[in-house]
Design a protein around this ligand. Structure first.
Ligand code: OGA
Ligand code: MN
Length: 293
C-alpha cells in the first residue's frame, strides 16, 4: 500500500490496498498508526460487499449495533445505512440526517467509539462538484493550543456526555423525521462521564475530548462556569484552522479516529440528489479494558 498525506491538518489517502482481500497483521498495524497520525483515512475505488466491509471493520475492534437504528443491511445488523433515498413503497432506505452537526461518535457511551468506517456507494454531485462532504477537526491540535492554565485545570476534570442532546437538537431542526426518544430509549442511554483530556491510545499524545454534539457539563465546575468553559471549548475546537474536508467520490471508504477528531456531515444536497453510504462503527474496546475511557 501507499499512504499519501494530504499535507493539511488531517487526512491521508491509502492507495493500492484492496479492502475486499484479507488484511495482514503488518498492514493492519500500518493503518492503525496512520489513523492515529492523520485522523482521517480514505481508500479510493473500492468494490465491497456489505459483508466485506464488515470483515474489514472487524480488524479494528468490536462493532456496534445501534439501538436506535432500524436502517441495517438485511442479515448484517452491524452494517448501518445512511441515505436520503426512499424505497418504492415510500419508506426511508437509511438514516437521512446522520451526523449533520459537529460531534464525535459515541462519546455518550461508556465504551467510546474508536473508528467509524463509511463506504460511499452513491454520492450526490452538482456542476461536477461532490455534495455531502464530511468535515473534520483535529483534537490533537485543539488541545495543544489551549491556554496553559486551562490545560492544567482540565487535567483532572471529567465531562458528562448525553446521547439525547444530539438527538433532540437534530429533531428540533425543520423537516426532521426523527421520532422523540421513548423513555425506554433514554433509559437505555443514560449520560456518562469521560476525562476532558484523553491520552490518545495510538499517538500517546493528549487530545481534547469534548464535542458540542454530546458534551453537557464539566462535572467539577459550577454550572455557570461549566457553561462558559464549554462554550469556549466548542468555539476553540471548531476553528477553521483545525478543519479538513473529505470530498466524496463513489467507491471511497472513509475512516476516522473518533478520539482524535470531531466531524460534521454537510447537508447541502436536495432530496432528489441521492446519497447512499454503508457504515460500520468500531468500538474502542481494544484500547480500554474497562467500560470507561
Ligand atoms: C456518522 C456520521 C457523517 C457523514 O455516520 O456518524 O456522522 O458524512 N456521518 O455521513
Ligand atoms: Mn457521526
Amino acid at each position: 500500500m501507499n499512504i499519501v498525506e494530504s499535507g493539511q491538518i488531517l487526512g491521508a489517502r491509502v492507495e493500492d490496498l484492496d479492502l475486499s482481500q484479507p488484511l495482514s497483521v503488518i498492514d493492519f498495524q500500518t493503518l492503525e498508526q496512520a489513523l492515529g497520525r492523520y485522523g482521517v483515512l480514505s481508500y479510493p475505488r473500492q468494490t465491497l460487499t456489505a459483508l466485506q466491509l464488515k470483515q474489514f471493520a472487524e480488524h479494528f475492534g468490536k462493532l456496534e449495533i445501534n439501538v436506535a437504528n432500524v436502517y441495517q443491511v438485511p442479515g448484517l445488523p452491524e452494517v448501518m445505512i445512511l441515505s436520503n433515498k426512499i424505497s418504492a413503497d415510500g419508506k426511508p432506505v437509511g438514516l437521512s440526517d446522520a451526523g449533520q452537526d459537529w460531534h464525535t461518535d459515541m462519546s455518550y457511551s461508556k465504551m467510546v467509539a474508536f473508528t467509524n468506517i463509511l463506504y460511499g456507494l452513491e454520492i450526490p454531485q452538482r456542476d461536477g462538484e461532490p455534495l455531502g462532504n464530511t468535515e473534520f477537526c483535529n483534537m490533537h491540535a485543539a488541545y495543544a493550543d489551549l491556554p496553559a492554565e486551562l490545560k492544567h485545570r482540565l487535567e483532572d476534570m471529567t465531562i458528562t456526555h448525553d446521547f439525547a442532546k444530539f438527538w433532540d437538537a437534530m429533531r428540533a431542526k425543520a423537516g426532521s423525521s426523527r421520532a422523540p426518544l421513548t423513555p425506554a430509549q433514554r433509559q437505555a442511554k443514560p449520560p456518562v462521564s469521560h476525562p476532558a483530556i484523553l491520552l490518545h491510545p495510538i499517538t500517546g499524545r493528549k487530545v481534547l475530548y469534548a464535542n458540542p454534539g454530546y458534551a453537557m457539563r464539566i462535572n467539577e465546575m459550577s454550572e455557570a462556569e461549566s457553561d462558559t468553559t464549554l462554550a469556549f471549548l466548542f468555539k476553540h475546537q471548531l476553528q477553521v484552522k483545525y478543519q479538513y474536508k473529505h470530498r466524496w467520490q463513489v467507491g471511497d471508504v472513509l475512516m476516522w479516529d473518533n478520539m482524535g477528531t470531531l466531524h460534521n456531515a454537510v447537508p447541502d444536497y436536495r432530496p432528489d440528489e441521492h446519497r447512499y453510504i454503508q457504515r460500520c462503527q468500531v468500538m474502542a474496546n481494544r484500547y480500554f479494558a474497562t467500560e470507561s475511557a
